[in-house]
Write a protein that binds this ligand. Structure first.
Ligand code: A3P
Length: 323
């Protein structure tokens, strides 16, 4: 039985009850429930319900949205650096990214344990807020659209998402999942916030309907020409590069500071921990693996690749979105 947003109650007990009524299946790590068409852990489903009910967006909020393992940390680093470059010199020794992981600079709104870390934590943040989410477009509180909050989404080639997710789960959890099993779950749409194709499609359609409010990026395109997309992102975020900045190489400085190799090798990201979930500190290094396009070819068989390609093509048919 699917639950509608309007039926979600304020109380923890009611959320607990609603979650217990949701369809459940094996997840990559822990079991997942199906909430409003997407698979997630029961804890995250409760957090999404709570957010849908209690989150108070502000018109100048910027929401960074991703399906897990699609470049979340990269987008957080880029957006943070762009919008704060008047107070934090990109090439300066004291830039926050040098000592703080992007996940700690740009919080997730649906932190899994929002009952311990209440939404008021977000209300304490100064405007304009940069916030992140893994929620699909259809699950975002309607007030985000009504207020006209800008949303930036980054998607990634699903085969690379699968391989990245598979490595991640086997790195951070004490549970080992075979690649064949991960492939099966992923292809059935049963990955974290999957189906991944529906997740991307929701934001894709909205970016076509509202191009000035919803920006749609692809990991592969950002990797191929970061300067071009970083310039576009700066414009979208309302902080365009000046002619002088461009001439002085500011775009390249942002690209370099947020590059995979630069971030991965910083002590904060190679040895620190952060507690994204609010209940389990994880090694920051687990968010930086290869940072490449096409690593799937080193792990998936041709048969797996063809099968997933044809599922994704079928699901995206006619939308204009391709990988
Ligand atoms: P791989 O596992 O393929 O290396 P997310 O941030 O959504 O969890 O995504 C994690 C993926 O993004 C990982 O992919 C990680 O290595 C990669 N990544 C992390 N930082 C990056 C950066 N600055 N540039 C490009 N990719 C990055």
């Amino acid at each position: 039985m699917e639950i509608s947003k309007s039926s979600v109650d304020n109380g923890a007990e009611e959320r607990e009850r609603l979650v217990s009524t949701l369809p459940m299946r094996q997840g990559f790590w822990k079991p997942y429930v199906l909430y409003q068409g997407y698979w997630m852990s029961p804890q995250v489903a409760k957090s999404v319900m709570l957010l849908q009910d209690q989150f108070k967006p502000r018109a100048d909020d910027i929401i960074l949205a991703t399906c897990p393992k699609s470049g979340t940390i990269w987008l957080k680093a880029l957006a943070f650096t762009l919008v704060n470059r008047s107070c934090h010199a990109v090439a300066g020794d004291g830039h926050p990214l040098l000592t703080t992981t992007p996940h700690d600079l740009v919080p997730f709104i649906e932190k899994p344990d929002r009952e311990i870390h209440p939404v008021t934590e977000l209300e304490a943040l100064a405007s304009p807020r940069l916030l992140a989410t893994h929620m699909p477009f259809a699950q975002l509180p309607q007030s985000i659209s009504d207020l006209g909050c800008r949303v930036v989404y980054i998607c990634r080639e699903p085969k690379d998402v699968l391989v990245s997710l598979w490595h991640y789960v086997n790195t951070v959890s004490d549970h080992f999942i075979e690649l064949e099993k991960a492939f099966e779950l992923f292809s059935q749409g049963g990955s974290f916030f999957g189906p991944v194709w529906d997740h991307s499609l929701g934001y894709w359609k909205q970016s076509i309907a509202e191009p000035h409010r919803v920006m749609f990026l692809k990991y592969e395109e950002l990797m191929a020409d970061p300067a071009k997309h970083v310039k576009n992102l700066a414009e979208f975020l309302g902080v365009p590069f000046t002619v002088d900045e461009v001439e002085l190489g500011a775009v390249e400085q942002v690209v370099d500071l947020c590059s995979f190799h630069k971030l991965k090798n910083l002590p904060v990201n190679s040895s620190g921990k952060s507690d994204l979930a609010g209940w389990m500190p994880m090694d920051n290094s687990s968010y930086f693996r290869t940072g490449t396009v096409g690593d799937w070819a080193n792990h998936l068989t041709q048969e797996m690749a063809h099968k997933l390609d044809s599922i994704v093509q079928d699901k995206l048919k006619g939308s204009g979105l391709t990988f």
